[in-house]
Design a binder for this molecule. Structure first.
Ligand SMILES: [Zn+2]
Length: 216
């Protein structure tokens, strides 16, 4: 069992979200990124800090970072900060964890740009995962069509979870900022999908898909 995105420690293996300049060097696995809510005029210095932090071996992913049209810094700056973090993800070969609110058009466009550029350079782009996804099946379909994966907190749309499961795509489960174990989300998802915990533990383990190096 693995908690894909959390701001607190869990009783099962987890990927701890940290902010630039505040990374936890003791945790086995962390992600670091500049959140769109924290984007302001000094975003460049903060993104430099992300790059520096991300060189640590226990940093498995860049994020959460991304775009938010309801909250956060000026949208044009959010785009710049997000693009700079995409570049770090590619440079350091670490996947991206994405926070996206009402900005999926832009995220999909940036993914397409990256895919096209990677093709020219004959390499594979890093995996992207949209975390805390609550959208409907149709939106999940559009996102997955671009090769982007999804992570669900306890507030997922049941139809969407079933749809993603039926498609056979890997997906992940997380607690985000809730102070509870992800175990409850796994148990809830097992009931909704009619599968065993063991089945879901394998399917939702990012160490078997996007983090091949990670054994904790
Ligand atoms: Zn979060």
């Amino acid at each position: 069992m693995f908690n894909f995105h959390t701001h607190n420690e869990d009783t099962v293996p987890f990927l701890l979200n940290c902010y630039p300049g505040e990374i936890n060097k003791e945790a086995a696995a962390i992600s670091v990124g500049l959140h769109p809510w924290q984007v302001s005029n000094d975003w460049k210095e903060k993104v430099d800090c992300v790059r520096n932090d991300a060189m640590n071996n226990n940093v498995w992913a860049i994020g959460e970072c991304g775009l938010d049209k309801l909250r956060g810094g000026e949208f044009a700056l959010q785009i710049e900060a997000f693009k700079a973090q995409i570049a770090i993800s590619e440079e350091l070969c670490k996947p991206m964890i994405i926070h996206c609110v009402k900005a999926f058009d832009e995220v999909l466009r940036l993914r397409q740009e990256l895919v096209t550029q990677s093709k020219h350079e004959r390499r594979h782009p890093q995996p992207w995962v949209v975390h805390g996804f609550r959208g409907k099946p149709e939106q999940a379909k559009q996102i997955m069509a671009k090769g982007i994966l999804l992570s669900f907190s306890h507030q997922y749309n049941i139809e969407t979870l079933r749809f993603v499961f039926t498609c056979g795509h890997p997906f992940f489960l997380e607690t985000d900022d809730r102070r509870l174990s992800v175990r409850q989300t796994y148990e809830q998802a097992c009931l909704h999908l009619g599968v065993s915990l063991c089945h879901l533990e394998n399917l939702c383990d990012p160490r078997q898909t996007i983090f091949h190096h990670g054994m904790i």
